[in-house]
Design a protein around this ligand. Structure first.
Ligand code: AMP
Ligand code: MG
Length: 403
């Protein structure tokens, strides 16, 4: 075994990574698949919404002048000359003293300039009359063309993660397909002869693969399209073949360090570029990253907490960045006081799992890198920078919450 001669700083690793991340090109997809995807270009409306002048209340289309002076004590009478339902225009023209019964969303008849809500009316003496009990001013309860969305304006900007209501707005301007950033294809390459496929009970000296399902969920959360086939044995040939999968990002779990079964660093250095190997952080110090052809490759330590931490620090940024999303952590950050001291070593960055309790932020007592359950018991984590020996009890820290 060789051991790490020296470790890169977290900043150096992030620096290298920063130069490798750019959103993938766009692809056109149907609107009903667009929610959650990232817009590759601004969307400009080619139409006005609404495209016609419409009534905004159930009631009567009127000439506003005809209602002047009307009140419950002084009702005025108008003659109903027709009705107007959504989707159909009234064909005639409204003259003074006339009204058209109308429903919300119907086009305003020619000659009318306001809508009198039905609540301000009473049925008239004759069947074709209505008693007006209130005044409306011109334009009242009338929607004008483009007041919702104006033609030739940007409706949604490039980079937007589409919400369900955005999809609704796109549909309202007649869009059928939308250009979104292509999802990064993420190959999850799990190595380890001791591993049983996820879903099997651990037996004998073998353990179940925990990292594969976790990485798959993380990559999907960050906008990637994960591919997660069978576990790859600790054999250089098999690993190499899997590394050459036709994807944008390879997340390798295990075999990233300097042990005799740790083939990844050598393979990547020989066939591509091993830009960073060994990082001054805890956990995850045996992590690495580099390139193989067009692929970004992340070597994530097999210890599940290290694997999660290295994903959080590095790989997740790449998935989000290629997906066109904000590269920063998708975790909420809150400030809170430490219930106890949190120690660290100068010279490395620490990723400390913590719990939020009534007495403040509690560092988890059992938090070795192999204890994945420390991340499920934790509510989040605190990052202790390399130049710090940690924090005294009672100090205020930034906590990143997993939820
Ligand atoms: P490695 O990085 O391959 O040296 O593995 C470090 C430790 O993590 C060993 O105890 C492995 O058994 C364990 N480990 C490796 N891969 C996984 C995995 N996919 N799920 C759970 N534990 C793993
Ligand atoms: Mg291994």
């Amino acid at each position: 075994m060789r051991g790490f001669a020296e470790r890169a700083t977290v900043e150096a690793a992030l620096d290298w990574l920063g130069g490798q991340i750019a959103p993938l090109p766009g692809e056109s997809i149907p609107l009903d698949e667009a929610s959650g995807r990232v817009l590759a270009a601004d969307v400009v409306s080619s139409v006005n919404v609404p495209s016609f002048t419409r009534g905004m209340m159930d009631g009567y289309a009127v000439r506003a002048d005809d209602t002047q002076g009307a009140s419950p004590y002084n009702p005025l009478s108008l003659r109903i000359i027709g009705q107007c339902l959504p989707g159909n225009a009234f064909s005639g023209t409204l003259e003074t003293g006339q009204t058209v019964r109308m429903m919300t969303g119907a086009p305003l008849p020619t000659g009318a300039d306001a809508v009198l809500p039905v609540e301000q009316t009473e049925v008239g003496e004759a069947a074709d009359t209505v008693r007006v009990q209130g005044e409306v001013s011109p334009g009242k309860h009338v929607g004008t063309p483009g007041e919702d969305i104006a033609a030739q304006r940007i409706v949604l900007e490039q980079g937007r993660v589409l919400r369900p209501q955005d999809v609704g707005v796109l549909a309202s301007i007649g869009v059928a397909c939308v250009d979104v950033v292509r999802r990064p294809r993420v190959r999850i390459l799990v190595t380890g002869d001791e591993l049983l496929p996820a879903g099997s009970a651990p037996t004998g000296y073998r353990i179940a693969d925990a990292n594969g399902p976790m990485l798959s969920a993380l990559a999907a959360r960050d906008g990637g399209a994960p591919r997660y086939p069978e576990i790859v044995p600790d054999q250089p040939d098999a690993i190499l073949e899997a590394l050459f999968d036709d994807v944008d990002i390879v997340l390798v779990s295990g075999g990233s360090s300097v042990g005799q079964e740790d083939h990844l660093p050598t393979l990547l250095a020989e066939h591509g570029e091993l830009a960073i190997h060994g990082i001054a952080m805890r956990p995850s110090s045996p992590a690495g990253m580099g390139r193989l052809g067009d692929r970004l490759v992340f070597l994530l330590p097999g210890n599940p907490v290290s694997c999660l931490c290295a994903y959080d620090f590095f790989a997740g940024r790449a998935v989000r960045g290629l997906a066109g999303r904000n590269v920063d952590w998708p975790y909420r950050r809150v400030k809170d006081r430490l219930a106890r001291k949190l120690v660290s070593m100068v010279g490395r960055v620490d990723y400390a799992r913590v719990k939020q309790t009534d007495s403040g932020i509690e560092p988890l007592a059992i938090s070795g890198a192999s204890m994945l359950s420390s991340t499920t018991r934790a509510d989040g984590f605190v990052v202790i920078p390399a130049d710090s020996e940690g924090y005294a009890g009672g100090s205020e820290v930034d906590v990143y919450l997993y939820d």
